[in-house]
Design a protein around this ligand. Structure first.
Ligand SMILES: [Zn+2]
Ligand SMILES: [Zn+2]
Length: 339
């Protein structure tokens, strides 16, 4: 089978030929229908930010946001059979550590990570697989991973129907937060992004969200004019800048950090948030329960993830997806092996 792999500890990736893997105990062999490319794939492609952790595992097949069809089940598998449609969670939890025993699986002290889905087939432990209904197309199923991250962020906040939110960062996670907030009844939503995000902000507009280009003089006043007097109930930082929450939030509002902090935050800024009564929340990935709700929201038609998919590449052209992401082109690119 064809697969996109890191073959050298350096910039780049290549399309290689590998044998179709066989499922072990409690594993599924999944024929990949679509797999999203995300920022962490790009870090490995560029060989930066911790990429050396896979140096001993080359060739390393990339891709960890897949959906596809079960074609074979390993020994001991129950609950799945060939023909089932599944979305795969790249994060596994140990089930034994303190956070797992408290049901906080996203904070597992010994998580496992899956990769290997930019390929025609991949192996998945059953614990990482979620059944999706036959009515859900595979592209939306592949988008459940980022959508679940956005939904989890909204669920970590105290937002209720009729509330207001600002989402900074119009990437797949930011727009997933916006979709989840709208589905939960948040009525006043503004998505912001920088100049380089113009294409993504245009997509957000088409999805029905108000947008403001950030970074220009007076941009926070523009956002405030779209919110109830007093400011937003919650600001979601999906870009790691953490620099405008004080101006956008109402007193006592919530700042939910979803992107990795990308700059140093001064004590003066933290003090300003303190005196504004801001609650700081960090939101990481998702829980198994988030998957259940994300699948139901998309399957019911209440949330449509399709507008976020802007590019599709077959495996032999998959390297182009990395270069697109590097240039911040489009919104979400999928590798689609079957085409
Ligand atoms: Zn990812
Ligand atoms: Zn654990």
């Amino acid at each position: 089978m064809k697969a996109i792999a890191k073959t050298r500890p350096a910039y780049g990736a290549e399309v290689i030929e590998l044998p179709v893997p066989r499922p072990g105990p409690n594993e599924l062999l999944v024929k990949i229908a679509a797999c999203g490319i995300c920022g962490s794939d790009l870090h490995l492609y560029l060989w930066e930010l911790g990429a050396e952790r896979i140096a001993g595992r080359l060739p390393f097949v990339l891709g960890h946001e897949p959906a596809g069809e079960v074609v074979e089940t390993g020994p001991g598998v129950t609950g799945f059979r060939p023909g089932d449609r599944v979305a795969l969670d790249p994060f596994g939890h140990c089930g034994r550590c303190g956070p797992c025993r408290a049901g906080r699986f996203h904070l597992c002290a010994a998580p496992t990570t899956l990769s290997g889905a930019f390929a025609e087939f991949t192996i998945a432990p059953v614990a990482n697989a979620y059944l999706v209904p036959p009515t859900m197309d595979f592209e939306q199923a592949a988008m459940l991973e980022p959508f679940g991250t956005g939904l989890h962020a909204v669920e970590q906040s105290c937002l209720r129907a009729g509330d207001s939110a600002v989402i900074e960062g119009p990437g797949p996670i930011g727009l997933s937060i916006a979709l989840a907030a709208r589905a939960l009844g948040v009525t006043s939503i503004v998505v912001t992004g920088l100049g380089v995000d113009a294409e993504r902000l245009a997509i957000a507009e088409r999805m029905g969200f108000h947008t403001v280009a950030a970074g220009r003089p007076g941009w926070t006043a523009e956002v405030r004019a779209m919110l109830p007097a007093g400011g937003a109930d919650a600001v979601f930082d999906a870009c790691g800048m953490l620099d405008s929450a004080r101006e956008l939030l109402r007193r006592g509002g919530e700042l939910v950090e979803v992107g990795w902090p990308a700059r140093d935050v001064s004590s003066a800024e933290l003090r300003a948030l303190f005196f504004h009564g801001v609650t700081l929340i960090n939101s990481r990935i998702r829980t198994p329960e988030t998957w259940r709700r994300a699948i139901a929201m998309v399957a019911s038609g209440n949330v449509d993830l399709r507008p976020m998919v802007t590019h599709r590449y077959e495996i032999s052209h998959g390297i182009e997806a990395f270069e697109l992401l590097r240039a911040r082109g489009g919104l979400k690119a999928l590798v689609v092996p079957g085409t």
